[in-house]
Design a protein around this ligand. Structure first.
Ligand code: SF4
Length: 124
């Protein structure tokens, strides 16, 4: 599963940005048309929530074909953020692409990122 998925119908909502700027992970909820309608705002959905869905692998621009892995996980780890040192609850860990690749190191900065930040990382 991709932990940086678009907010669209059928995706799973699994994180909500808190006032402290960190993502609080929640038990996943399926995104519906009604949810999208209710949450239309000026800022992107992905700036306020985290979504997951099936990893597209070669169909995604972030996929490193030579190494057969998602390049974004490593980039998130280079963020100058307050990395935590222990694992906290994440409902998708057993299926997460980033955790599969980089284990705990993928998780230590994960609640600091939202998709729009991740998009900035693509230029690194
Ligand atoms: S990297 Fe870790 S914390 Fe982030 S979504 Fe994957 S399993 Fe959860």
């Amino acid at each position: 599963m991709c932990p940086s998925y678009l907010g669209k119908t059928g995706a799973q909502l699994f994180g909500v940005l808190g006032k402290d700027g960190k993502v609080n992970f929640i038990t996943p909820l399926t995104v519906t048309e009604e949810f999208l309608e209710l949450n239309k705002k000026k800022s992107n959905l992905e700036q306020r929530f985290r979504f997951t869905g099936k990893c597209a692998e070669k169909g995604c621009s972030q996929w490193n074909k030579e190494e057969s892995k998602c390049s974004l996980s490593q980039k998130v780890q280079t963020l100058e953020k307050d990395r935590v040192q222990e694992l906290s609850f994440c409902p998708i860990r057993s299926q997460c692409r980033w955790f599969f690749q980089d284990r705990e190191n993928a998780c230590f900065s994960c609640n600091e990122v939202t998709r729009n930040m991740e998009e900035l990382l693509l230029s690194i």
